[in-house]
Design a protein around this ligand. Structure first.
Ligand SMILES: C[S@@+](CC[C@H](N)C(=O)[O-])C[C@H]1O[C@@H](n2cnc3c(N)ncnc32)[C@H](O)[C@@H]1O
Length: 545
């Protein structure tokens, strides 16, 4: 699109740059009204900014920001976020995010580039390259997230980009969100005072590109300077500072390597440490920073690209674009994290069995059950999300009966062989894919969601025939939504038993004392981890009434 000359900006900017300026100005208005408060202290640098992104098809990557039955929204108020935006670079609060020394998995074998060749970088008064559209898009996403939108909700701000530009913009935004805390000590070192929020965001993005993604300093700094110049007079005034700071940041590979990944917020970290210890918590945080691979579940008898995992899923590297892969249109496979795929495997569906998938959308597990030949009823409270189940089933040539209903109100016409309950949950197992999650929410709704899960378990058991089985699953790292939930169910239902999983690829140490399966992002480190999940298979007594 031809750049448009816009009166009042004093320079020629394209529409992307204008949108960026407007979005940034919008964020700024909110940010300046922010006050430091208890939450920012509690969350430290984590409260700096947040967002949300949705997994491509399967798993539990899309639980937030929607009604969860009797739940309500799991979203923090804008005020917290705005507070964070204004306090990220608190010169008196150093070390609030990344702390201590240590090796990070994601940067191993990826040396940070030095500042060599920086002489060619455009200076504050030099030529002005056209702003890179993906970077401008990433900044618009980050700004939208900063003003309270999830990344999905913010998708419209990059609508006009080409598909490849969109994908890169989103990836840059995700990579920045993953490292908000770790970035601050590096930027703090080279900033005499905190710049305007939009300039700080630009510096964060460029620092991630330089130190985490190992991109060429020349291109990164030039683009950042050009973007600053597109931000009106104040941006133009900051362009020299952006150039100077980033040239120094490019040489901070050693400092970057000494910083540990962003910590989980206390409300999540504390139960994780209590359950598995400090070392595991740190390993989970490293996995969160590393991001998630693209896992596929193949339709039986069809091929899927990628490395075959011991549990049967197929894995492609972090950042793989689904649209670039063969077999999608043909319905040979669907996207689903390897951990998420295990719930249906553990249920062990048989041809002709009558099975209900109580919280089904977007349908990854429904498709596994249907592909095994079961007669599946897929229920979800969200009609909109259920439409995605229909699309996915149609693409893969599978069928199920779809019912838009609160699972608690749905009654099977006749007792069922099995129920799969992939319950609404905190989704804290999916932070690798949704680095904005810890910023977008707190633990205030956890008791309510735990109560809903218990109600759903009880209701699911009522739908079973004697001897029937229920697989309960949550993509959560919180024992309250997993191990404790099952122990409580066993206490409520005499005669109910847990059948420990025996499926291939599961390590014995992943099986919990009560017989469930505990999966965490730090497992399979050599393969790239997996989502956090809890799965248990319960069986009703054969003489249950
Ligand atoms: C964790 S996701 C399910 C993922 C899905 N099983 C899959 O494999 O693709 C949880 C789902 O539960 C649905 N949900 C939440 N509360 C519900 C309720 N009370 N009744 C039925 N569905 C509900 C949400 O709309 C959401 O789609």
């Amino acid at each position: 699109m031809a750049p448009k000359r816009l009166a009042g900006f004093g320079s020629e900017i394209d529409r992307d740059s204008l949108a960026l300026v407007i979005a940034v100005a919008h964020g700024l208005g909110a940010i300046t009204s922010a006050k430091l408060g208890r939450q920012i202290q509690r969350f430290g640098i984590f409260a700096a900014l947040f967002g949300f992104s949705e997994g491509a098809l399967g798993g539990c990557g899309n639980v937030f920001g929607r009604r969860v039955g009797h739940g309500g929204f799991f979203r923090l108020g804008l005020e917290r976020f705005n507070l964070g935006m204004g306090s990220v670079l608190d010169k008196h609060g150093k070390g609030s995010g990344a702390q201590g020394a240590g090796k990070r998995r994601s940067d191993q074998g990826k040396p940070a580039r030095s500042g060599a060749g920086m002489g060619a970088v455009t200076g504050a008064g030099g030529d002005k390259p056209r702003p890179d559209r993906s970077r401008a898009g990433a900044l618009r996403l980050l700004d939208a997230v900063a003003t309270g939108q999830t990344l999905d909700e913010a998708a419209g701000v990059i609508e006009r980009l080409a598909p490849a530009e969109k994908a890169r913009a989103r990836r840059l935004a995700l990579e920045t969100l993953r490292r908000v805390g770790r970035l601050e000590p590096v930027l703090d070192k080279h900033l005499a005072r905190r710049p305007r929020p939009e300039i700080l965001m630009l510096l964060r993005l460029a620092t991630v590109e330089l130190l985490a993604l190992g991109e060429a300093p020349h291109g990164v700094v030039n683009a950042a300077v050009a973007l600053a110049r597109g931000m009106g007079q104040k941006g133009q005034a900051a362009a020299g500072m952006v150039n100077a700071v980033l040239r120094k940041v490019a040489d901070e590979g050693a400092l970057w390597a000494s910083l540990t990944p962003q910590e989980m917020p206390d409300w999540l970290r504390e139960p994780v440490v209590a359950a598995w210890g400090e070392e595991v918590a740190q390993a989970i945080e490293a996995a969160h920073e590393a991001g998630a691979s693209l896992d596929l579940t193949a339709k039986p008898g069809r091929e899927a690209p990628g490395e075959a995992l011991p549990t049967g899923s197929h894995r492609l590297p972090v950042g793989t674009q689904v649209s670039a892969l063969a077999g999608y249109e043909a319905g040979d496979w669907w996207v689903q994290d390897a951990a998420a795929a295990l719930a249906a495997v553990i249920l062990d569906p048989r041809p002709g069995e009558r099975i209900a998938d109580l919280c089904a959308a977007p349908g990854g597990k429904t498709m596994q059950l249907a592909a095994a030949g079961a007669e599946v009823t897929a229920i979800d409270i969200s009609e909109h999300r259920l439409a995605r189940v229909a699309e996915n089933l149609a693409r893969c040539g599978l069928s199920a009966t779809l019912v838009a209903s609160d699972a608690l109100e749905w009654q099977a016409e006749a007792p069922l062989d099995a129920v799969l309950l992939d319950a609404p949950c905190s989704a804290t197992g999916t932070i690798r894919r949704h680095p904005d999650l810890p910023l977008i929410r707190d633990d205030t709704e956890i008791p309510e969601i735990v109560a809903l899960q218990a109600e759903l378990i009880d209701h699911a058991l009522e739908q079973l025939k004697p001897g029937g089985r229920l697989v309960y699953a949550t993509c959560s790292l919180l024992p309250a939504e997993g191990e404790e939930q099952i122990r409580a169910a066993l206490a409520r239902h005499p005669g109910l038993t847990v059948e420990p999983p025996t499926v291939p690829g599961i390590a014995p140490e992943w099986i919990t004392p009560e017989g469930g399966l505990r999966l965490r992002p730090d497992l399979w480190p050599e393969r790239g981890g997996m989502d956090g999940f809890y799965i248990a298979r319960l069986r009703l007594a054969a003489d249950a009434t």
